[in-house]
Ligand binder design. Structure first.
Ligand code: HMG
Length: 390
C-alpha cells in the first residue's frame, strides 16, 4: 500500500524583518547575511500570534475543503510549546471546529519531531488504511538579540494530510537514522530564547547527515544519483548547501560541482530565504518550495529528505512525487502569504520581540491592531490562554 503526503498547506506571520535593516543596526556587512548565511528576510510573529494561531491558519484551508474527512488524529509537532501539559493541538482542534471524536497529542525532539510525527502518522494509516491523519508542524525560531543566531530567526507552520494512496508524495519504508546526546542547541523550560553552540551545531548536523545516510544506503536500493532533488531541514539557506556538498563528496563525487548542488537543492530554498528558520516546519516548507517552484514536471521523481533535530536526532528518508501532484498545489495562496507581509522597522521588530505573555495570573488583553490571520491569541486570564477567531 502506498502511504505518504496527500496535501500540504503553509502559513507564516504577516510581518517580516529585512536582513539589511538588521545588518545596518548591527553594523555588519549585509552580504554576510545574504551571502554568508543566505537569509534575506525573517518572518516575525506579531503580538497575539503564537504556534497555535500559526497552526490553525495553516490548517484552515483543509477545513474549508473536504480534506479532513476521515481524519480523527491530529499530531502536533513543535519545540515552541505553550504549555508543559496540554497539547497545542487541542486549541487548534477547537479553533477549527473539528469533531469531538478526535485524538490529539504533541511531539518534541527539536526540529526532528515533525518527521517523528510523519512516521507515527504513516504507521496509523497502515493500521487504519481508510483513515487520514492531520499532521501540523508549527514553530517560532527565537534567539537572543545581538547573538549570531538572530539572523536565522523565523516563524511558520505547515499542515499536512497523511493518507493511503497520497496525491503528492509516496514515502519509502526504508530510512536511516542516528541519535547522539549533544548540547548543540537547546532551550531550558525557563527561557524563551534558544541557546546554541552555533558552529558546533552545523558540524553536528553534517555528522548526523552522513551517519543517517550510511544506514539508509546500507538498506535501500536507492543510490545518491537516483534522487533528482534533496529536501533538507533548513535552519538557514547556506546550511543545506554545506550539507549537500558534504553528502556529494561522501558519495565519491570530487571535486563537488557547484552546478550539481544547485540542481539538487536550489528550488527547495526559495521560501526559507524570506521566512527564516521554522524548526519543525522547515523541511516541509523546503518540499513545498520545490514542488511549487520547479520548472520541471517532478512526477515520478525520487526525492531525498534529511531531518535534523538538535540534541540530536536525524533521519534520512526518501519518497516519490506522484504524477498529477500539480493539481494539489496552492502556489498562488502561499505566494500571497509571503508577498503580502509588511516589513518592520528595527524599532517595531524589537517591540514584537519583547512582547511577552504576562505570567502574573491577571487579566490581560492583547492589542487587536496586528494582523494574525483568521485567529488570534486575544489575551490571558488566570494563566489560561484565550483564543478567538478574527
Ligand atoms: P556566525 O558567527 O555568524 O558565523 O554564525 P561566521 O562568522 O562564520 O559567518 C558565517 C558565514 O558568513 C561564513 O561562511 C563567513 O565566511 C561568511 P562559511 O565559512 O560558513 O562558508 N561571511 C560572509 N560572506 C559574505 N560576505 C561577508 C561575510 N562575512 C562573513 N561580508 C551560525 C553562523 C550559523 C553559526 C549562527 O547564525 C548560528 O548560531 N545560528 C543558529 C544555529 C543554527 O542554525 N545551526 C544550524 C545547525 S543546527 C539545526 O539545524 C537545528 C536547529 O534548527 C534547531 C532545532 O533542531 O530545533 C537550529
Amino acid at each position: 500500500m502506498k502511504i505518504g503526503i496527500d496535501q500540504i498547506s503553509f502559513y507564516t506571520s504577516s510581518y517580516f524583518l529585512d536582513m539589511k535593516v538588521l545588518a545596518r543596526e548591527r553594523q555588519i556587512d549585509s552580504k554576510k547575511y545574504s551571502v554568508g548565511i543566505g537569509q534575506h528576510q525573517a518572518s516575525v510573529p506579531a503580538p497575539g500570534e503564537d504556534t497555535v494561531t500559526l497552526a490553525a491558519n495553516a490548517a484552515m484551508p483543509f477545513v474549508e475543503s473536504d480534506a479532513l474527512a476521515n481524519t480523527d488524529w491530529l499530531i502536533f509537532a513543535t519545540e515552541t510549546g505553550i504549555d508543559q501539559s496540554k497539547s497545542a493541538g487541542v486549541y487548534v482542534h477547537d479553533l477549527l471546529d473539528l469533531p469531538p471524536n478526535y485524538r490529539i497529542f504533541e511531539c518534541k525532539q527539536a526540529c526532528y519531531s515533525s518527521i517523528a510525527g510523519l512516521q507515527i502518522a504513516m504507521g496509523l494509516v497502515e493500521r487504519f488504511p481508510e483513515k487520514k491523519v492531520l499532521l501540523i508542524a508549527s514553530d517560532i525560531a527565537r534567539y537572543g538579540i545581538r547573538t549570531p543566531g538572530e539572523v536565522t530567526q523565523g516563524c511558520g507552520a505547515v499542515a499536512l494530510v497523511i493518507s493511503a494512496n497520497p496525491r503528492m508524495i509516496t514515502m519509502d519504508k526504508e530510512s536511516g537514522f542516528f541519535t547522539q546526546n549533544t548540547m548543540d542547541f537547546w532551550r531550558p523550560n525557563y527561557r524563551r530564547e534558544a541557546l546554541v553552540d552555533g558552529k558546533a551545531s552545523t558540524r553536528q548536523y553534517i555528522h548526523t547527515l552522513i551517519e543517517s545516510w550510511k544506514q539508509y544506503a546500507s538498506i535501500s536500493k536507492n543510490t545518491f544519483n537516483d534522487f533528482s532533488h534533496y529536501c533538507y531541514h533548513l535552519p538557514f539557506t547556506k546550511m543545506a548547501e554545506k550539507a549537500h556538498t558534504h553528502l556529494t563528496r561522501f558519495n565519491g563525487i570530487t571535486p563537488v560541482p557547484t552546478g550539481l548542488v544547485k540542481i539538487h537543492i536550489e528550488d527547495t530554498l526559495h521560501y526559507v530565504r524570506t521566512v527564516g528558520n521554522t524548526y519543525t516546519a522547515a523541511i516541509f516548507i523546503g518540499l513545498l518550495s520545490l514542488l511549487e517552484n520547479s520548472s520541471k514536471d517532478l512526477g515520478n521523481r525520487k526525492l531525498g529528505f534529511f531531518s535534523y533535530g538538535s540534541g540530536c536526532v536525524g533521519e534520512f528518508l526518501s519518497g516519490t512525487v506522484e504524477p498529477g501532484y500539480e493539481q494539489m498545489l496552492t502556489k498562488q495562496r502561499h505566494k500571497a502569504i509571503i508577498d503580502n507581509r509588511s516589513g518592520l522597522s528595527y524599532e517595531d521588530y524589537e517591540y514584537f520581540y519583547h512582547f511577552a505573555v504576562p505570567q502574573d495570573g491577571g487579566r490581560h488583553c492583547f492589542p487587536k491592531k496586528y494582523n494574525t490571520g483568521k485567529f488570534r491569541l486575544a489575551g490571558i486570564e488566570k494563566h489560561k490562554r484565550i483564543y478567538e477567531k478574527v
